[in-house]
Design a protein around this ligand. Structure first.
Ligand code: 6PG
Length: 234
């Protein structure tokens, strides 16, 4: 089984502060070591308070590149757009927040190839990947469906791909672009932020099940080599 460390907090406020502190530390370390940092941040609702706190940190933000771990294929500015949510917080600080989906595309496979090409030009592996999970066990936009095998076991050099979840997730029923499992697990730091008892149970089960897990997060974590930090609040 992989090595994980659970960090538990009393409430969402403490969770956000702790995750922001950890992310700040990783970014600072990369800036000290290399002069730049490249990180991938989860979309969804849970991490947004941590992002607000992180953005208040005194960092040389113009040397920090941020991509979303995954993107819903919607126009920039749409309420479902992950990069729009992340950009609102970090662009005013001077960070380079990169959209990974080309505007006006409807072809998720082509959008995935374009995201992969964009990521091939970034410093890699990622200095940090922050993941969220859904109660259905998805992470980033790795879902069951026709693209599931490719997301998990595509060519090792593939960093991102387009996916059509099946069934479409009700909270955002659209095609996606996502980091591949390989893109995620090669990150130099892997951190998970979750809230609530249901997600905790899914994650505990998924970790135990490993590669045979019915949950995408279980399949992804089964390939991780470094210890993973999991931050949780009820
Ligand atoms: C997405 C996300 C996704 C997210 C989980 C949890 O675009 O859907 O990046 O992987 O992290 O769905 O989302 P919540 O925090 O909103 O529950």
């Amino acid at each position: 089984m992989i090595e994980v460390e659970w960090w538990e907090y009393d409430d969402a406020e403490e969770l956000a502060a702790a995750v922001a502190g950890d992310l700040q530390f990783v970014i600072e370390s990369a800036l000290d070591a290399r002069g730049t940092a490249v990180i991938a941040l989860a979309g969804g609702n849970t991490p947004s308070a941590a992002y607000t706190k992180l953005a208040a940190a005194k960092l040389d933000w113009k040397r920090v590149t941020i991509i979303p771990t995954d993107e819903r294929i919607v126009p920039l500015g749409d309420k479902l757009s992950n990069v729009t949510m992340i950009g609102k917080t970090f662009i005013p600080k001077g960070a380079r927040v990169m959209p990974i989906v080309p505007q006006a595309t409807t072809d998720h496979k082509a959008a995935g190839r374009s995201a992969d090409a964009l990521m091939q030009d970034l410093h890699w592996p990622l200095d940090l990947c922050l993941l969220g999970i859904g109660e259905d066990g998805h992470t980033a936009s790795i879902f069951p469906g026709a693209d599931y095998d490719e997301a998990l076991s595509g060519p090792r050099e593939r960093r991102a791909l387009g996916v059509m979840p099946d069934p479409l997730p009700p909270e955002a029923p659209v095609a996606r672009v996502t980091l591949s499992r390989q893109g995620i697990v090669t990150a130099k730091a892997l951190t998970i932020i979750i809230a609530g008892a249901a997600k905790r149970k899914v994650l505990e089960d998924a970790i135990k099940q490993g590669e045979s897990s019915p949950y995408p997060i279980g399949r992804v974590l089964a390939e991780v080599e470094l210890p993973v930090d999991i931050h949780w609040a009820p």
